[in-house]
Design a protein around this ligand. Structure first.
Ligand code: SAH
Length: 262
């Protein structure tokens, strides 16, 4: 692990979105077995967004990075999506794909896999268009700020989603608690939080850069979510047992919670 915790400014300076996508989100047919981590997370998102009540007008994706895989199941249940991330280059990379620009990452194999989970692999082009249409804004945010999108204030959404962000953005457990409270303000009372978090991880690497990660256990995440004013309605950890020199990740937690009425 890095000697110091790599916080937001390190992401801004050193996170290369294209290298990240290539390293963690490639899914060619020949290589399918090699991307267990991604496939496991896609199945977990599929399962969570199939749960009762996970629908509404608006969804906010917090710490979206340059990726869209996390929106593929979600987009079927919400009319509008707003994506938020700290770093400029990640928001630009995402926008490049949304505008279908030359050189944007090829998500087709991933989109096809999710369509297969939903029962019809042939719907991939339709789903891809759905994501492109539904993402209405891509904005800067900082989960460590009381108003994560400040100075902009967004109307609270029906659902917030966050995948693999908070554990990278928070240097310790109190900061993680605080970040959950901060992003909790982005969702309406009675609305949902969908969280995908790695467990037992202290670092992940790509492109000769190492990023630190807050080492979390399942119950620590659940306690933090509840302390932020949510009721946990679904929580499922899956072990990550593949030998992988890029990370010391031990598992992934998929969690759904409902913001308590205020
Ligand atoms: N959600 C994507 C990206 C995860 S990488 C995925 O599932 O693959 C972690 C992301 O967290 C990066 O895009 C980084 O820019 C973002 N991030 C780091 N610190 C942050 C902060 N303080 N506020 C908001 N986003 C932050």
């Amino acid at each position: 692990p890095p000697a110091i915790f790599t916080e937001a400014d390190f992401y801004q300076r050193s996170f290369d979105p294209q290298a990240y996508l290539k390293e963690y989100y490639s899914l060619s047919d020949s290589q399918r077995g090699a991307n267990l981590f991604l496939m496991q997370n896609l199945r977990s998102l599929h399962k969570m967004f199939s749960l009762d009540g996970l629908r509404g007008d608006t969804l906010i994706d917090v710490g979206c990075g340059p990726t869209i895989y996390q929106l593929l199941s979600a987009c079927e249940h919400f009319h509008e999506i707003i994506a938020l991330d700290y770093t400029d280059q990640n928001r630009w990379e995402l926008e490049r794909w949304l505008r279908n620009e030359e050189g944007a990452f090829d998500w087709v194999p991933v989109v096809k896999y999710v369509c297969e989970l939903e029962g019809d692999r042939e719907k991939w082009a339709e789903k891809q268009e759905k994501v492109r249409k539904k993402v209405k804004q891509v904005l800067k945010c900082d989960v460590t700020k009381a108003n994560p999108t400040g100075p902009v204030s967004l109307p609270p959404a029906d659902c917030i989603l966050s995948t693999l962000c908070l554990e990278g953005a928070c240097k310790d457990l109190p900061t993680f608690h605080c970040a959950l409270r901060n992003i909790g303000t982005l969702v309406k009372p009675g609305g949902h939080l969908v969280l995908v978090t790695v467990l037992g991880e202290t670092y992940y690497a790509f492109n000769n850069q190492v990023f630190s990660c807050l080492r979390l256990e399942k119950h620590e995440v659940e306690v933090a979510v509840e302390a932020a004013g949510f009721e946990v309605t679904f929580s499922e950890a899956q072990a990550y047992t593949a030998s992988d020199e890029r990370t010391d990740c031990q598992g992934v937690l998929g969690l759904v919670a409902r913001r308590c009425p205020s």
